[in-house]
Design a protein around this ligand. Sequence first.
Ligand SMILES: [Zn+2]
Length: 110
Amino acid sequence: MTPEQLVRIRLKVEKRIAEIDVFLAEDDPESKPVAPDVAIGRLSRLESMQSQQMSLAQRRRQREEKERLENALERINGGAYGNCAYCLSPISYERLEAMPDAVVCVSCAR
Ligand SMILES: [Zn+2]
């Protein structure tokens, strides 16, 4: 990987982390209790609990992705980025471009 490619990936990682930060800064569903039955009716209460569950799961995924991206950023800044964690061979730029938080190469990921 060339230094230019590394810079491009670092920008991509930083941009994605910023996007996730914006997403996570939005209303936290955990802080919003679902309204009681009487207020919105049983069925819509169920629906609103389901959508709360979905948005909690989505937030969890975003937090996990952010963690992986931050690890990637650390490796980029530490100069240890781009090698497979298993076989230690370089991960292809195409793969890192598509998945900057990848820690294993294509063959080891199979
Ligand atoms: Zn590998």
